[in-house]
Design a protein around this ligand. Structure first.
Ligand SMILES: [Zn+2]
Length: 295
């Protein structure tokens, strides 16, 4: 299986926490699955990297996190779903967004997403009860800034986020990854100032990857003189959890009336998963069975 990697670390004084992910193979899986254009690869790759990290930041075992980026540009909607075991899957409403470039030659993800009137929506599902839903507006559509703004605004947690997907002529996904760094509530002003200096002097994640730095190196660069104590390392993978049973439940939840319509009009149903494109076929006999179970 194609895998990525996430490490967690803290500054030596235990006042800063950082999560750093390498997601090259995961982004490549998303690109292959959805046949993404370079522009859509960059945008969805950043989104799925953020979701993968946010899933692993959660402490609750059952939690599943859904990250939605809604914009007003070429890419209207991106959804990435991650769990606490490092599984992530993603969907883009526009797999073939055309290439837009910034004056510096980099892919203009913000323009493709379109921040105007857009939003970040985070759904934390604890596997029981009502899920927590947080929302904030898009700041730039570049994803990293938008997620940082989300943490500050919706979860009152000052956070720095960096995400990057390196797309080259030779390799559609040459490198991908990112980090989320948070200062703990009791952090001193000196620590906060030092971290800010480190972050301001830091090159983009894609530049650091293209220089050959590993996520361990990047962590050490971000924390600098604050020192880095590595805590844990986890595998990440692009994986869909759809199944015949889940598709059945989805069909049944449509209700008797809608199922009858499908039977009368088509006599069968075909459903495909938005995240992995797997298709599920249901014949008349199966639909009649669902009809009897539906309300
Ligand atoms: Zn699926």
């Amino acid at each position: 299986m194609k895998e990525g990697k996430l490490i967690t670390a803290m500054s030596s004084n235990r006042e800063v926490r950082i999560y750093i992910a390498e997601t090259t193979e995961l982004v490549e899986s998303a690109r292959e699955t959805h046949d993404l254009s370079p522009m859509s690869t960059a945008a969805l790759g950043r989104t799925l990297t953020a979701a993968a990290i946010m899933g692993m930041m959660s402490k609750m075992d059952e939690e599943r996190i859904t990250l939605q980026i809604k914009g007003s540009g070429e890419i209207k909607l991106m959804i990435a779903i991650a769990d606490t075991h490092g599984h992530v899957k993603a969907y883009s409403s526009n797999p073939l967004a055309p290439t837009l470039t910034r004056p510096d030659g980099k892919l203009a993800v913000g323009e493709a997403v379109g921040a105007q009137g857009g939003s970040v929506i985070v759904i934390r599902d604890y596997g029981m009860g009502t899920p927590f839903i947080g929302q904030s507006e898009l700041v730039s559509g570049e994803i990293a800034e938008d997620i940082a703004h989300y943490f500050a605004k919706s979860e009152q947690q000052p956070t720095a986020v960096a995400l990057g997907v390196l797309v080259t002529k030779e390799k559609p996904v040459a490198a991908a990854g990112g980090f989320i760094v948070q200062v703990l509530p009791d952090a001193s002003d000196e620590t906060i100032d030092q971290l800010e200096i480190n972050l301001n002097g830091l090159k983009s994640v894609t530049e650091l990857f293209s220089e050959g730095l590993t996520i361990h190196d990047i962590g050490r660069r971000v924390l600098g003189d604050l020192g880095m104590d590595e805590l844990e390392q986890y595998p990440l993978s692009y994986q869909c959890d759809c199944s015949q049973e889940k598709m059945e439940s989805a069909l049944i939840s449509l209700g008797k009336e809608s199922i009858r319509e499908i039977i009368d009009e088509d006599g069968e149903a075909e459903m495909s998963c938005h995240f992995c494109n797997q298709t599920y076929h249901f014949d008349r006999e199966a639909l009649e069975r669902f009809y009897n179970r539906a309300v």
